[in-house]
Design a protein around this ligand. Structure first.
Ligand SMILES: [Zn+2]
Length: 233
């Protein structure tokens, strides 16, 4: 969530379950904020969810995705973690449209200055938002302390795309990163995650063992095995 001094706000990648999305919309109402749109960093099911308090809002992203609503809903319904939560699933929102731009890569809205970094790592497209006046980087599914780099294996050069995106995020020189999964981190943590992600990718390409502690989760270990089969030597 990006909130301006007057309460104008941009909701980003709202939550995972129906009660979470509804609770978020209720919290926005309770605080008297005025949401103008919902931003989707990328078209994976857990970043495209809807709820009654959000449905009237426009959906913005950095570009169209090839993944349709039915596919996203099927991926949501097959998600083991959501099933384990026992919570009802939130509906998939209408497809996002291109965001209104003041100039190239700059969001046109009433809140604080937002730069849009669009790239091809993890999903095509995937966007990160930078608030230059505040030194904040909203990273979507990048720069996580709990997830390994998750590649878009349908791309021609998924590792190259990922490395390009890491360079783009690094160049933003943010003071704070807000990832979609995991914890908020400061400058030292941003540097550590950039290093960990590059080390992971180097090991993946080389087919070498990696001691990345993010592989302790069963599902990240499974994703690693899939990536290793796809791009490792
Ligand atoms: Zn994702």
């Amino acid at each position: 969530m990006v909130v301006a001094a007057d309460g104008t706000c941009l909701v980003i990648d709202p939550a995972v379950t129906a009660p979470e999305v509804d609770g978020l919309a209720a919290a926005v109402r309770h605080r008297g904020w005025t949401p103008v749109a919902v931003w989707s960093t990328h078209a994976h099911w857990d970043h495209t969810l809807d709820g009654s308090g959000l449905t009237p809002l426009p959906r913005w992203s950095s570009g169209p995705s090839a993944t349709d609503r039915e596919t996203l809903a099927a991926e949501r319904d097959a998600d083991p973690e959501l099933a384990r939560s026992g919570e009802p699933a939130a509906p998939i929102a209408a497809p996002a449209v291109a965001y209104p731009a003041r100039s190239s890569g700059v969001l046109d809205w009433a809140g604080p200055s937002v730069r849009v970094l669009s790239h091809a790592a993890h999903a095509r497209p995937h966007s990160a938002l930078v608030l230059p006046e505040h030194g904040v980087l909203v990273a979507g599914d990048m720069l996580s302390d709990v997830e390994i780099p998750l590649l878009d294996l349908s791309a021609d050069d998924p590792v190259g795309d990922y490395l390009d995106a890491l360079a783009l995020l690094e160049a933003a020189q943010a003071d704070v990163v807000v990832p979609g999964h995991g914890r908020v981190g400061g400058r030292d943590e941003i540097a550590r995650r950039l290093g960990a992600d590059r080390a992971y990718l180097a090991a993946l390409v080389a087919g070498a063992e990696t001691a990345d502690d993010r592989l302790a989760l069963p599902w990240t270990a499974a994703a690693h095995a899939e990536q290793r089969a796809a791009v490792g030597r």
